[in-house]
Design a protein around this ligand. Structure first.
Ligand SMILES: Nc1ncnc2c1ncn2[C@@H]1O[C@H](COP(=O)(O)OP(=O)(O)O)[C@@H](O)[C@H]1O
Ligand SMILES: [Mg+2]
Length: 393
């Protein structure tokens, strides 16, 4: 399944573009699903039809849904959910309150990822278009499979063993309920599903991210940061959609300064986003709501192109020999080198940029060697390993 993710600052046009892309992809013959992962859903408003947590057909070959955390949790998280409820009940928390507090912050993300995995497994769609929440939330969503991997690997196995011992010894006398085997089975299954969704999201042949900006300074600044972090997580950033460009004829008088400001900002995009292909979209005189306006938007953005095609870009992480030494190259644009930290533990490399950390599992040939040097070569971060053993393999 092809996955297209739209992200960007609030209000830039993500929902409109996701809907337009889905309609356009369907017109090119793809069985398409467009899904909103933003808990403040507006996909239904954009398409002009109410949506729910299950797919509804909104046009020929196009289904749409808005993810609902509670529904998803009940479906995929049952044993964990039940345990948390029992745990809270044992602490005297009433059921109604408990039902609310078990929805922890971040669960929307978990729900969205599990749902995407479920959809991929169904093989009902060729293309899934994701309409996401504003950037910060979406970065958390997309970094989550990487972060949770660490937890599952180290903590879960140990906890399971400890719980087994406790249950067969002092467990009976304890007031606090212990997690059941079902709880752990659910977590293990979730682990598997996160792994699968991570593989899907970081496969440049299937999943790509399209950044949406408006020609405004604050919007551009936020999107630059997003671009960096998306690359850090190994997602392929494919396009920059530049929405709401004021047409020349509408920019005399009152709006004249707007247009010249936009011109300046448009001029800076190439410098800031390098070779990332840019698709310009005009600012329309009216809101983009309903099939007709969305079709028009799709035509203006993609022309005759299939909106589901993959625009060529280099993969975000590359393992290759460089000047005789095994190296890792990461596309990591717009980073202040002093904000980058690198450490190696066994077969895992940890790369921290600002507040985000990524773990990179090293291929076998690299694990016998150690990092010799790391440096920036324009927008590429190069991690060079000692030659020696690894070079021979
Ligand atoms: N190019 C455009 N011209 C005019 N209005 C637009 C354009 N793109 C989006 N809009 C309108 O701007 C508002 C916000 O767009 P939306 O797609 O919901 O943004 P986001 O999902 O990024 O918050 C909506 O009312 C939408 O119809
Ligand atoms: Mg939106």
């Amino acid at each position: 399944m092809r996955v297209i993710i739209y992200t960007g600052k609030g209000g830039v046009g993500k929902t409109s573009l996701a809907a337009a892309t889905a309609l356009g992809a369907a017109a090119h013959g793809h069985r398409t699903l467009v899904l909103s992962t933003d808990s403040a859903h507006s996909l239904g408003d954009s398409l002009g039809t109410p949506l729910g947590p299950d797919p509804r057909t909104v046009a020929p070959n196009v289904d749409a849904l808005e993810i609902d955390v509670l529904t998803e949790l009940e479906r995929s998280w049952k044993a964990v959910h039940e345990y948390l409820l029992r745990l809270l009940a044992s602490q005297g928390v009433e059921e109604i309150t408990a039902q609310e507090v078990v929805i922890l912050p971040g669960m929307e993300l978990i729900a969205a990822l599990l749902r995407l995995d479920g959809i991929e497994q169904e093989h009902r769609y060729d293309t899934a278009v994701l309409d996401t929440a504003p950037t910060a939330e979406t970065l958390r969503l997309l970094s989550f499979p990487d972060a949770i991997e660490w937890y599952f690997d180290r903590v879960l196995r140990m906890q399971r063993r400890v719980t087994r011992v406790v249950r067969s010894t002092v467990g009976r006398a304890m007031k606090t309920p212990l997690p059941s085997e079902g709880f752990f089975d659910t977590l293990e299954e979730l682990h598997e599903r996160f792994r699968r969704v991570r593989a899907l999201l970081t496969d440049p042949g299937r999943s790509t991210v399209r950044l949406v900006v408006n020609p405004e300074r604050m919007v551009i600044a936020e999107t630059q940061r997003a671009y960096t972090y998306l690359c850090l997580f190994g997602l392929t950033v494919e396009l920059l959609v530049v929405n709401r460009i004021m047409p020349k004829e509408a920019t005399s008088g009152y709006f004249a300064p707007t247009r010249s400001e936009q011109d300046r900002n448009l001029g800076s995009l190439e410098e800031l986003f390098g070779a990332l292909p840019q698709l310009p979209v005009p600012r329309y005189p009216r809101e983009v709501i309903g099939r007709e306006s969305l079709d028009q938007l799709g035509k203006d953005v993609f022309g005759e192109n299939d909106p589901a095609r993959i625009w060529p870009s280099s993969p975000p992480i590359r393992f290759r020999m460089r000047e005789g030494a095994p190296s890792i190259e990461l596309t990591l644009p717009l980073v202040d080198p002093s904000a980058v930290q690198l450490s190696q533990r066994g077969d895992t490399l940890y790369l921290t940029v600002g507040a985000y950390r990524r773990s990179i599992a090293l291929p076998v040939a690299y694990t016998r060697s150690q990092v010799e040097r790391a440096y920036f070569d324009k927008g590429t971060f190069v991690i060079r390993f000692r030659g020696g053993d690894a070079a021979k393999h």
